[in-house]
Write a protein that binds this ligand. Structure first.
Ligand SMILES: NC(=O)c1ccc[n+]([C@@H]2O[C@H](COP(=O)([O-])OP(=O)(O)OC[C@H]3O[C@@H](n4cnc5c(N)ncnc54)[C@H](OP(=O)(O)O)[C@@H]3O)[C@@H](O)[C@H]2O)c1
Length: 318
C-alpha cells in the first residue's frame, strides 16, 4: 500500500478531531483512499498544552517543518486570515495539495488560492469550510454539475441558530441566550463574527462562488442578529413563524445578489426545522428541482468528517 504523508497545521477543535477520526477509522479510510495516510508533523502554538490522543513527538511550533517537510498534502486547521493564508500559498506553490476548513481565508483570498492551485496543478479542498458535516460543496460541485443553480437559501451559522431558537422557545433576552451558547461551548468568548453576520457572509460567499462562478457580488442586505428582541419572536409566533438568521444567494442580471440577516420563516418552511446549532441548505435548481440538506454545522468530529472527505478524494487521485 502506498503511504501518503500529511502535514497538519493546527490541532484544536477540528485538528484534534481530524487526528482522532483518522485513527478511529484507519482501516476503512485506508481501503477507501487506497493508501496509508500518515500524519508526519503537526503545527501548534503551545507545545505544553494537554492534547488527548495526540502523539506529542509529532508536534512542532515551526511551520516550515510541516509545509516543507516532504509532505504530499497539507491540512490547514489554524483559522484566521494570517498566517494561514501564507502557509496555504507556500504549500500550493511547492506543489502540495491543500485542505482547509478556513472560511475567512477562502472568502478573502479564495479566488487567488484556487488560481495558484490550478497553476501548480494541485487541489485545494474546502468542504469543511461551510456547514460542518454537510457535504454541500460536493453536492453543488459534483452532484449538481449538470444543473443551473437558481438560488441558495440557508442557515449556515449554528451559534446564531442556537441563540434564536432559545429566544423563541424560552422568551430569553438576546444576551442571556448568547451567554448560554458560550457556556455550552457553541460560541466563542468573542462571538462578534457570528452574531454580526460576518461568519455567515463568508460562508454564503463561498457557496455562491461555487454555484455561480466568478461574477461580481452585490450585498442586498448584511445584518447581524443583535437587535432581535423577545418581542420579535412573540410577534413571529403569533403569525405562525419563527425568526432565524438566513443567508441567500441568487444570480440576477449577471451579478450574484447576496443577503444575510434575520428573517421570518413560516413554521412549515424547511429551514424552520433546523434545531439548535444545526445547519440547513435549500438549493433550487433547473433540473434537479429543490434539494434540502440538514446536519451538524460545526463541532470536532462533524467538521473532521468533511476534512476526511477531501483527504480521501485527493489521496485516491494521487
Ligand atoms: N470549530 C468548529 O466547529 C469549526 C467548524 C468548521 C470549520 N472550522 C474552521 O476550522 C479552523 C480551525 O478551527 P478550530 O475551532 O479547530 O480552532 P481552534 O480550536 O482554535 O484550533 C486552532 C489550532 O491552530 C493552532 N494555531 C492557531 N494559530 C496558530 C499560529 N499562528 N501558529 C501555529 N498554530 C496556530 C492552535 O494551536 P494551540 O493548540 O497551541 O493553541 C490550535 O491547535 C478555522 O478556520 C475554523 O473556522 C471550525
Amino acid at each position: 500500500v502506498r503511504t501518503i504523508r500529511i502535514g497538519l497545521l493546527g490541532c484544536g477543535t477540528v485538528g484534534g478531531g481530524f487526528v482522532r477520526l483518522l485513527e478511529r477509522n484507519r482501516s476503512l479510510i485506508r481501503q477507501r483512499a487506497e493508501a496509508e495516510l500518515e500524519i508526519t508533523r503537526i503545527l501548534v502554538r503551545d507545545l505544553e498544552k494537554r492534547r488527548d490522543g495526540i502523539d506529542r513527538s509529532l508536534l512542532t511550533v515551526r511551520a516550515e517543518d510541516v509545509v516543507r517537510n516532504g509532505v504530499d498534502i497539507v491540512v490547514e486547521l489554524i483559522g484566521g486570515t494570517e498566517p494561514a493564508r501564507s502557509y496555504i500559498r507556500e504549500a500550493l506553490a511547492t506543489r502540495k495539495h491543500v485542505i482547509t476548513a478556513n472560511k475567512a481565508v477562502l472568502a478573502h483570498a479564495g479566488r487567488d488560492l484556487l488560481e495558484l492551485a490550478a497553476i501548480h496543478r494541485v487541489r485545494l479542498g474546502f468542504e469543511a469550510s461551510v456547514c460542518g458535516a454537510i457535504p454541500v460543496v460536493r453536492v453543488i460541485r459534483d452532484g449538481l454539475a449538470g444543473n443551473r443553480v437558481r438560488s441558495i437559501t440557508a442557515i449556515v451559522n449554528g451559534t446564531c441558530n442556537y441563540i434564536l431558537n432559545r429566544m423563541g422557545e424560552s422568551g430569553a433576552q438576546f444576551d442571556d441566550a448568547l451567554r448560554e451558547a458560550q457556556a455550552k461551548g457553541l460560541a466563542e468568548a468573542d462571538a462578534t463574527l457570528d452574531i454580526d453576520g460576518e461568519d455567515a457572509a463568508q460562508k454564503i460567499t463561498i457557496l455562491a462562488r461555487l454555484a455561480f462562478g466568478s461574477l461580481e457580488t452585490r450585498w442586498l442586505r448584511r445584518e447581524g442578529i443583535r437587535q432581535v428582541t423577545p418581542e420579535d419572536h412573540l410577534r413571529a409566533a403569533s403569525q405562525g413563524s419563527v425568526v432565524r438568521q438566513v443567508v441567500s444567494a441568487r444570480e440576477h442580471d449577471g451579478t450574484i445578489e447576496l443577503e444575510v440577516g434575520p428573517r421570518l420563516l413560516p413554521l412549515q418552511h424547511p429551514l424552520a426545522r433546523v434545531r439548535g446549532e444545526g445547519n440547513g441548505v435549500i438549493l433550487q435548481t433547473d433540473a434537479a428541482g429543490e434539494l434540502v440538506l440538514y446536519g451538524a454545522g460545526a463541532g470536532s468530529l462533524p467538521s473532521a468528517s468533511s476534512v476526511l472527505a477531501d483527504l480521501v478524494e485527493i489521496a485516491r487521485a494521487l
